[in-house]
Ligand binder design. Structure first.
Ligand code: SF4
Ligand code: MG
Length: 329
């Protein structure tokens, strides 16, 4: 079956005085209908930029420098901005870290929902309003029929993000891109919002690209996970495999940093060092200065992705099985 989203060899670059910096470097992945792909990595890994590139919203001076993006089989990275604006909202719903960036403070949430619904679906004013109330009920806004006429500031952060989820799904998009959807929220409501997001996308049949720095969120939410480091995907596979047996040392480091999975008596493990800056990405394996398992080759050559089980991993510890040596006499 055609995947909802297919990203092939995506590259995003930034021209600078000292040359062109590559922030997303040959990223490829697919998301099937109804599937949640978690994209995880520390700040600066290129996750948000990958999401922005998919929806044609890379900020200048950044630019799409290569690759292809297909939505339900149709190539969208070559569409005009006017065409892309229709794709966003109608076919791709978006949820960002701060709900207030997605909501207009001067309009009631009912106005915003019915506008979105009517822009994308052939419904009259009253039918659209009924649909809006239903959506608010679905995301768990109490007394939705009354609160629909309130302004965003009347809602708490968690309730606002529920409204944003309703808004993202209002046009029944095929794909939802959620970038750190709970990072700005109180810890006590984060799990609820993730649960609402997951349930809504499942019920509405949307594929999800869930971008987060939080491996704990991924472990609980995603079907598959793509781990990004320095602009590349270093490991991608089914979440059960990646969580139980991370192949890449960077993935293992992220896993060790999940509070709920670490032993209570131990301190949380931290990966030493920091994500490299774009203008200082190390030669060889970009992770080598931080990797406890690095060896000579890691400094010299860049590991390419190899298939291991149901996963793909770019690390010299997991190279594809070598060709059997030819017998020599
Ligand atoms: Fe570590 Fe080498 Fe694997 Fe990179 S290729 S993650 S440095 S072992
Ligand atoms: Mg980000």
């Amino acid at each position: 079956m055609t995947p909802v989203l297919r990203v092939t060899n995506l590259r995003v670059s930034f021209p600078t005085r000292r040359g062109v910096l590559t922030a997303v470097d040959g990223v490829s992945f697919e998301i099937a209908a109804g599937e949640v792909l978690g994209v995880v990595g520390e700040s600066g890994a290129g996750k948000s930029l990958t999401g922005a590139a998919v929806i044609g919203l890379v900020d200048l001076p950044g630019r799409l420098a290569g690759g292809e993006v297909h939505l339900a089989g149709e190539r969208i990275d070559i569409l005009s901005e006017a065409e892309m604006r229709k794709v966003r909202g109608r076919r791709i719903g978006m949820i960002f870290q701060d709900p207030l960036t997605s909501l207009d403070p001067l309009k009631t949430i009912g106005q915003q929902l019915t506008e979105t619904i009517r822009t994308h679906l052939p419904l009259g004013r009253r039918a659209a309003r009924r649909r809006a109330v239903e959506l608010l009920e679905e995301v768990g806004i109490p007394a939705a029929a009354q609160r629909i006429d309130a302004y965003p500031h009347a809602f708490s952060g968690g309730m606002r993000q529920r409204v944003v989820i309703a808004l993202a799904l209002a046009a029944e998009p095929a794909l939802v891109i959620a970038d750190e959807p709970t990072t700005a929220l109180d810890v006590s409501v984060q799990a609820q919002i993730i649960a609402v997001l997951k349930r809504m996308c499942r019920e509405h049949g949307a594929a999800v690209m869930l971008i987060t720095h939080d491996m704990g969120v991924i472990a609980e939410t995603a079907d598959r996970v793509a781990v990004m480091y320095a602009g590349r995907i270093v490991e991608v596979g089914p979440v059960a495999d990646v969580v139980r047996r991370p192949l890449h040392p960077y993935t293992a480091g992220l896993m060790a940093a999940i509070p709920s999975l670490a032993h209570r008596t131990e301190r949380l493990a931290q990966i030493p060092g920091a994500m490299p800056r774009l203008d200082a990405i190390p030669r060889g394996c970009a992770f080598h200065p931080r990797c406890a398992e690095a060896f000579a080759k890691c400094v010299l050559a860049r590991p390419e992705p190899a298939v291991v089980g149901a996963s793909r991993v770019a690390c010299f510890l997991h190279e594809a099985a070598p060709e059997p040596a030819l017998a020599t006499t």
